[in-house]
Design a protein around this ligand. Structure first.
Ligand code: UDP
Length: 350
């Protein structure tokens, strides 16, 4: 059954995010969400808060967010917390004591920004190791559907492009990115162990570069490339391209990612144990991304080349045929449209 979005305080709080979600939710079959209860770690973060808003608009029952606000922000969910639609437990996920009352347990808490996680390697590893175990235990206690949001980083410097889910990866286990990459690889292994050992109904998404409103644009150390370049362009500052800029990424606009996740949560038996890439299918060099952002903002900023990042993956593009087949999903928003919305959102705040 197609669900009409329920009125949400989001409409007033953030019209751009609201409009993007309304577009996605409009044709989505989401009976499984209506009235269901959700425990979500990282729900105040960038993607976590998009998901929380979407679930609320789809008529979810209880939503509990675990977030220590280390990289997330209360501003992302304040409108829902104040109206009593979301309960926020402000603790690190590693400290969560599993509790009853949930149909779905979703583990999103992580520190996914390279500039940030190299500064916080231990916390990054803990969120993926102890944090994943806490959330899996919560799912086991409730016999809930469990979702781990993993990452394209599990593939490391992929030798196969586009990257299919059955590619095993090429990862430096001790490099500066290993706290994130190996943490997520462990989290995936633990998730699959809970399915094999306890029969838990699990799903794993491997998220590729995703951008949009709510990515942290204020802290240059945390912000990812898209918002960092937009802010630099809007302020007339140099656009800092690491290395030659010939490294590639495939960018997905946040609401498209959320649509895929809502589909991945369906109680379809074929989805038990599913591991699915969720990402954009158009690959672009970072240099071309910088040029697109300059054009769309009309900025006079200069592109400057700064030191290459250590272990920066040279190419990244997902094979999304499994997502197409299993979820009936594909990206809807082209890069220019997503960038325009993101620029508008940041311009409004800067
Ligand atoms: N990047 C860049 N300049 C910046 C920040 C990032 O050239 O100021 C590049 C970075 O080297 C990488 C890509 O943009 O190749 C994506 O970086 P991001 O931090 O967004 O995430 P990643 O995909 O590396 O996890």
């Amino acid at each position: 059954m197609k669900i009409e979005p329920t009125p949400s305080p989001l409409e007033k709080h953030d019209p751009i995010v609201h409009a993007s979600l309304t577009r996605i939710i409009g044709g989505l079959e989401a009976d499984h969400v209506e009235g269901a209860s959700f425990l979500i770690s990282g729900g105040a973060g960038f993607l976590g808060s998009w998901l929380v808003d979407a679930l609320n608009m789809l008529g979810a029952g209880r939503i509990t967010v675990i977030d220590n606000l280390s990289t997330g922000s209360i501003e992302n969910i304040r409108h829902l917390v104040e109206e009593g639609r979301v309960e926020l437990l402000r603790i690190p996920v590693e400290k969560y004591e599993p509790d009853k009352g949930y149909d779905y347990v979703i583990h999103m808490a992580a520190r996914p920004s390279p500039d940030d996680y190299v500064e916080h390697p231990i916390e990054t590893l803990h969120a993926s190791s102890i944090g994943t175990e806490r959330m899996l235990e919560a799912a086991r206690l409730n016999d809930a559907i469990f979702l781990l949001t993993s990452t394209s980083e599990v593939y490391g410097h992929a030798q196969v492009i586009p990257i299919p889910e059955d590619y095993w990866g090429y990862v430096n286990p001790v490099g500066v990115r290993s706290c994130y990459d190996e943490g997520k690889r462990y989290a995936e292994a633990l998730t699959m162990a809970y399915m094999r050992k306890y029969g838990l109904n699990v799903r794993i998404s491997r998220i590729f570069n995703t951008y949009g409103p709510r990515l942290d644009w204020e802290n240059p150390g945390y912000g990812r490339v898209v918002v960092k370049f937009i802010v630099q362009a809007l302020r007339g500052e140099p656009i800092t391209v690491h290395g030659t800029g010939m490294q590639t990424r495939s960018f997905l606009y946040a609401p498209d990612n959320i649509e895929a996740h809502i589909r991945l949560l369906r109680p379809d038996p074929n989805l038990k144990g599913a591991i699915v890439n969720i990402g954009g299918s158009t690959e672009i060099t970072i240099l071309d991304l910088a040029r697109r952002i300059l054009e769309l903002t009309g900025s006079e900023s200069q592109i400057v080349h700064v030191e290459p990042r250590p272990d920066d993956p040279p190419r990244r593009r997902p094979d999304i045929s499994r997502a197409r087949r299993l979820l009936g999903w594909e990206p809807r928003t082209d890069l220019d449209d997503g960038l325009k919305s993101t620029i508008k959102w940041i311009k409004y705040r800067i």
